[in-house]
Structure formats: C-alpha cells, structure tokens
Design a protein around this ligand. Sequence first.
Ligand code: 4NP
Length: 159
Amino acid sequence: MKVLFVCLGNICRSPLAEGIFDHLVEQHGLSHKIQSDSAGTGAYHIGNLPDERTRTVAANHGVKIDHRARQLSKNDFDEFDYIIAMDLSNKTNIRNVARGNKAYLDKIVLMRDYDNDRPDLEVPDPYYDGIEKFEEVYKILLKSNEGFLKWLLNKHKEL
Ligand code: 4NP
C-alpha cells in the first residue's frame, strides 16, 4: 500500500503529514506493508529540505522527517494507491495533473475528510505564519492521519 501526501510547496504540510503517518504506521508494526511519500504541485522548492519550522515542530514531537521537496508527476498516479491533498486548491491542482483519467481521479482524497472533528475544514497553509501555526497544523495532521489509518485498515483487511 502506497500513500502520497501532496501540498503546494512540499516543504511545510505534506512532509510533516508523511512523517506523522510513517510514525503511526510504525507504531502499528505495519512499516513493511504501508509506505508513504510526499510531493508538491508547485516547482518552487524542488530539492529543498522541509521548512525549518516544520523540522522544529516535527523534532519537538519525536517525528522523523527525511525528505527533499519534489514535484508531483503523472507517474505518481501509477505508483500510489492514495493521493492525499492538504486543501481544496491542492486538490484542484492534483486533478489537473490527472488529466481526466478516471482511475487516477479516484485515488485523490482530502486530508481532513478523515478528521472526525472537522471534516469540513482544510489543512491551513502555515507558510506566511509563525511557528504556532505549524504547531496547529501538526495537531490537525495527527488527528487526520489517525483517522485515515483507521479507515485504511478497515477498508483493506489484508493489511
Ligand atoms: P506547503 O506550504 O504547501 O505546505 O509546503 C507552502 C510552501 C511554500 C509556498 C507556499 C506554501 N510558497 O509560496 O513558496
């Protein structure tokens, strides 16, 4: 099972989502069965480490992040089972890369659909805010990823 987290720059939200998800998967002893990666729809930060604020918040919560920013490509739709958008704008951009391919479009989901408290909201873009916003994003991503993993294990009994 392969899951891809996608935001705009691939330096704030999606690498954090990937790190948190991997951490949860490891706690469930499922690292050999479920893998994840992250990507951005934009090209501005290709090759960069995650934002320093993302790395600080991850380290504060014992979440390991080892990622270099890369851009989403059409090939990702063949490689990954689920493509998880952080917000509606990301989702629109991801759909554009899928170019109307029904099988590809069916793989796209929204991160907060799995936030049991507020499935109506998006994961906010923290880039122009302070470290407190990154901490808020961490909490949202933890809750959403717990919900997503639970949903995934229920849907795919073979895992
Ligand atoms: P991300 O945040 O999409 O969560 O990685 C952003 C990073 C960079 C920019 C915007 C959002 N930017 O405009 O460069």
